[in-house]
Ligand binder design. Sequence first.
Ligand code: SF4
Length: 388
Amino acid sequence: MSYRPYQQIQRRPSRQIRVGKVLVGGDAPISVQTMTNTPTEDVEATVAQIRRAEVAGVDIVRVSCPTPEATAALKEITHEVNVPVVADIHFHYKRAIEAAQNGAACLRINPGNIGSPERVKEVIKAARDYGCSIRIGVNAGSLERHLLEKYGEPNPEALVESALWHADHLLQNGFDEFKISVKASDVFLAVAAYTALADACDHPLHVGITEAGGKRAGTVKSAIGMGNLLWAGIGDTIRVSLSAEPEEEVHVGWEMLKTLGLRHRGVKIISCPSCARQGFNVIETVATLEERLAHIEVPMSLSIIGCVVNGPGEALMTDLGVTGGGGGRHMVYAAGKTDHTVDGGDMIEHIVGLVEAKAAALQAEKAEAARLEALSNAAALEAPQAAE
Ligand code: SF4
């Protein structure tokens, strides 16, 4: 969290629920989700894809459950992965019940297409029996017919009315372990609907722009829509929907949270666009470093700047920095101060080594702080007994 007032985001207060081991809402960190695109019954492929998403930093993964074979596969999948799995259910309420029985941590249902209130009731019972939470996933593309007739088109009021009606239905059944999404592919509609819903209830919100598009356009669209909401403090868990691999969605989700200072993970690279002044090829260097440093989990910042115009200034704000110099030698900064120079040819390996060493040191500091805190807690617990 930044100490600068202009960088503070006040998150909307919300109730907290649990998706497996991940808390969602309240003061829990905003979680990053993605969804698999393998056939769920292909356990090996699905587990492999979830593991790639885990490496990218995913907190929760959703899988489609359109068939009994898919829900049966959940049993093995949920055993093989480390993150909670959300079962995505459409049309067939029985898939929701099977998913709950087979290890899903959360059931994503679109009540508009799950059928009668009795069927929704059975889904709620299964969720309660097996300790699942629920996501009410309202979508502009599949609103209930009576709302379309009432409003003439999917608009913010219709999305919010649908969401609140279903929320009320769950509450009337004594179930409050749920979060809500009101997704639309149009950013204006999605932002207006989420903003109105955020005002109307305190349930945790799953935020996303649905069917956002391919990697480039979808990233921009999601960043505008979701960024707008997150900046306003709205959103307890997020999923960036891209026509791209799940780990790409995770990377983009993380970049949004990092940009807004809402959560930190891994290396945040500050880099210049480069120009004729650059002392080394900034674009290639940054692309290579993004890949080489993807495994780092400890939050830290790294500036990669082509020349002295902006290099020293950016290095002041980052943990490590490199600024292009003349004659193929570049300046390395540590904690904002000039430290040493490096040859262009050795630069990538050198930076990777510095970042890994810094990450190890930060990790060790964190572990030591945790150890000291545990010792002091244990001492505090023992003190009254000693006095007795
Ligand atoms: S920092 Fe230097 S190399 Fe990078 S864009 Fe600015 S002037 Fe060009």
